[in-house]
Design a protein around this ligand. Structure first.
Ligand code: FAD
Length: 319
């Protein structure tokens, strides 16, 4: 039995977000019949990209009102697509926007919702999603058979991006009234110095209390910039006011899953580990050879970060 799936792709400044290609992989694992929707001011470019990665029937919905994410408009338009295409499973990435959108969509469509999934399975008409809980110490499974529409946000960087595949773009016309909103987003301003989103980053360079003072945050950011990486932080330096909360990784911060994670001057408290220990490669730099971070590290460097980090930065800057 082939399950009808609707994947909601994401774009930023008209460019397809790479996490959207992970949704195609999830749909392939479910063995479903995939429809992908992309909403944008000009949707055909990202729609073409989705099609060439096996996005199935790719619905390009274009309107100036879709330039920036708007909960009200996006949820209304996608509810209309759900009514028309009758998916059994609706997928979006567990990003800032995906989380806001899917909770609203599930409520509007009287569906069941599972957030932050890391595994999927289909058996007949039963669909199973799994997700970590209690700081990653247990994996919960949720199964549902029958007709209910299931909404799931997919944790970024867990599933591979879909490779080349076949799809077909279809320009979807939607009733103009659906684009009207009580709210308008006029401008989106990217904060300087952080062009890479932490949860979507391939590389994260994270600092802990070992950096000793706020001024030394720049030493770690220098390494991050040399690698095109996002900057992460332990709670200790967030609580100290050396950097903003949005950089915090861990139980009470963000859960990340990059290809490469540098933990610099971070001891490896369990509350930090639960947010980053699934990173594919972990490099720990700490002067204490017994620091718990070395238990999860792929590569450990025992030494003074003030000697090691500048040397690495210099090496990466020179290509
Ligand atoms: C309910 C709760 C929730 C929490 N949530 C989070 C969370 O989300 N994220 C989080 O990170 N923490 C969280 N914590 C805090 C956590 O328990 C730790 O206190 C915190 O992670 C420690 O941060 P740290 O590793 O930067 O500092 P420390 O534990 O002080 O470690 C500093 C490390 O730097 C090393 N060091 C010092 N100087 C140098 C040098 N020159 N060169 C190399 N290494 C050096 C030291 O050897 C040490 O290992 C939480 C705690 C609680 C109780």
């Amino acid at each position: 039995m082939s399950i009808p799936i609707l994947a909601i792709a994401e774009q930023k400044d008209g460019k397809l977000a790479n996490v959207s290609l992970e949704l195609i992989t999830v749909a392939q694992k479910l063995g479903g019949e995939l429809t992908t929707a992309i909403l944008a001011e000009n949707a055909e470019g990202p729609a073409g990209e989705l099609a060439s990665h096996g996005g199935g029937k790719v619905l390009a919905v274009a309107n100036p009102a879709l330039k920036y994410y708007n909960d009200e408009v996006y949820a209304r338009v996608i509810t209309e697509l759900i009514r028309k295409y009758q998916p059994r499973v609706v997928l979006a990435s567990a990003t800032f926007y995906g989380k806001a959108l899917m909770a609203r969509l599930a409520a509007l469509n009287n569906g069941a919702m599972v957030s932050d999934i890391v595994g999927v399975k289909a058996d007949g008409d039963a669909v199973t999603f799994s997700r970590p809980a209690y700081g990653g110490n247990v994996i919960l499974s949720f199964s549902r058979a029958g007709d209910a529409v299931l909404f799931a946000t997919v944790r970024p960087k867990v599933f591979d991006e879909a490779g080349a595949g076949v799809g077909e773009v279809s320009v979807e016309s939607v009733d103009g009234g659906l684009f009207e909103s009580r709210m308008a987003v006029n401008e989106m301003v990217v904060e300087s110095g952080q062009s890479v989103n932490l949860t979507e980053a391939d590389i994260i360079v994270a600092a802990g209390r070992g950096i000793r003072a706020q001024d030394n945050v720049d030493v770690i950011k220098g390494l991050a910039n040399s690698l095109g990486a996002a900057f992460g932080a332990s709670r200790a330096i967030v609580d100290a006011g050396w950097t903003e909360y949005r950089h915090q990784v861990g139980q009470t911060g963000k859960t990340v899953n990059p290809k490469l994670y540098f933990a610099i001057g971070i001891s490896g408290a369990i509350q930090h580990l639960v947010g980053m220990q699934t990173s594919k490669t972990i490099v720990a730099i700490n002067r204490d050879k017994d620091a718990p971070i070395f238990k999860v590290a792929t590569f450990g460097i025992v030494g003074d970060l003030f000697e090691i980090v500048p040397a690495l930065t210099k090496r990466f800057q020179s290509g």
